[in-house]
Design a protein around this ligand. Sequence first.
Ligand SMILES: Cc1cc2nc3c(=O)[nH]c(=O)nc-3n(C[C@H](O)[C@H](O)[C@H](O)COP(=O)(O)OP(=O)(O)OC[C@H]3O[C@@H](n4cnc5c(N)ncnc54)[C@H](O)[C@@H]3O)c2cc1C
Length: 469
Amino acid sequence: MAEIKTIAIIGAGPVGLAAAAHAIERGLRPVVLEQGSAVGHAVRHWAHVPMFSPWAFNIDGAAERLLAASGWSRPDPDGYPTGGELIDRYLAPLAQRTALRDAIHFDARVHSVTRSGFDKVKTTGRDRAPFALRYASAAGEQTLLADAVIDASGTWFSPNPAGSGGLTALGEREAAAAISYGMPDVLGEVRARYAGKRIAVLGGGHSAIGTLIALADLQERAPETRIVWLYRGAALSKAFGGGAADQLTARGELGMRIAKLVERGLIAVETAFQLERIERVEAGLHLVAADGGGRDVAVDELIVATGFRPDLALLRELRVELDPALECSPALAPLIDPNAHSCGTVRPHGAAELAHPEPGFYIAGMKAYGRAPTFLLATGHEQVRSIVAEIAGDHAAARRVELVLPETGVCSTRPGGPAVADSGCCGGPAPAAVDACCAADARAKASGEAGCGCGGAPVRGAAHEVAEA
Ligand SMILES: Cc1cc2nc3c(=O)[nH]c(=O)nc-3n(C[C@H](O)[C@H](O)[C@H](O)COP(=O)(O)OP(=O)(O)OC[C@H]3O[C@@H](n4cnc5c(N)ncnc54)[C@H](O)[C@@H]3O)c2cc1C
């Protein structure tokens, strides 16, 4: 009988758990190492945020099959969960009521991965050595040996800094007590911190806009609250999207709401604001722009919503090849490059595109996209289905495309709503054989251009966009 392969999975987020479910289905032995004390440790930080994709796109196939055997009742596929509901109705039952229960180790933070006995430089015999994962646990430092590794550790805990050019702003570390990253629950858990204060939100994606809208709600109840939006771009039109004419209703709605709040003067705006320096003063913070004009915004609190970047430190001893700009695998980069297109309709991809020079090692999920902001759970589920098939030796299944997204890609809004192909955005989906996000992208690439550049603004309902501007 062939020996059962052990797959070490870093992270018990939705993608790590999906990978473990596929491994169990294939008779492999998954061992999930999770730094938090419960599943969805990163998702818990945005538990209050409504997801933009419905349940139908948020549940992995293998996970669902395991859950079905446990008597689980599937949520309405057309419903939109919050992050908290994603945990309560899906991730927690998956971890508690199925065979995954015995596979997950909590409070286990992986800090380095190598080939046992082989530092990065040694080649001969390397492929035959098991992986060794060093992790910190309540019992002290431990080592796990595994035949393959899937790093599904996400990017939530390494947010981009506030400074322009990707740098930490001068004084940012010293001012940490008055800075939050991501999407703090300003209407719930941390309401007291923000009510009645002067707050700046830095960023131009949906995280920034969602937080600004929540702060405006807070302002209705605590009228002294002052909100300023620090936007790196020159004009807000990109952040607003297409309004009522937007092909994507949900994005249009969000854009129209924020546009109205700005128009009514409830949110002040500083455009082309490249943050250089944060000065702590007795009455709060001075946020100083790098434009030489001495622009200086005085606030009590700063919320930084400028996206995330992968933490690559734990992979230092592995032979990992990354795109120099996006920090994702080189084969994936042209599919997701936000400079070329932002449809978010990424061609299905799996083990082949995600392979590294270190056989048996893969990065999956949010972290697989590196710095690109358009990752979708459904894409992650397809990634791990293919990766696990490859590890199990089922190369045909690894190469087969089984993406559960609609043919039109995810440039649709609500189920039943207008999809890209119907609405004509980018001329509909790309031909299946072409490496492009949509028909226009395919045409542009065929004529030697980088891509269609469709819309410039990342698309709500198409892909989550947490970075930029
Ligand atoms: C606010 C927000 C809303 C989103 N909405 C949607 C949506 O509607 N639809 C959609 O498809 N996508 C959405 N996304 C994008 C994406 O699907 C989610 O970020 C998703 O959680 C990514 O899953 P993941 O498993 O790759 O990573 P994560 O959910 O980040 O999970 C990673 C896990 O790894 C653990 N970990 C990290 N480092 C280590 C370590 N060194 N050792 C051990 N464990 C570690 C973390 O604690 C965490 O539990 C959203 C993202 C955000 C931030």
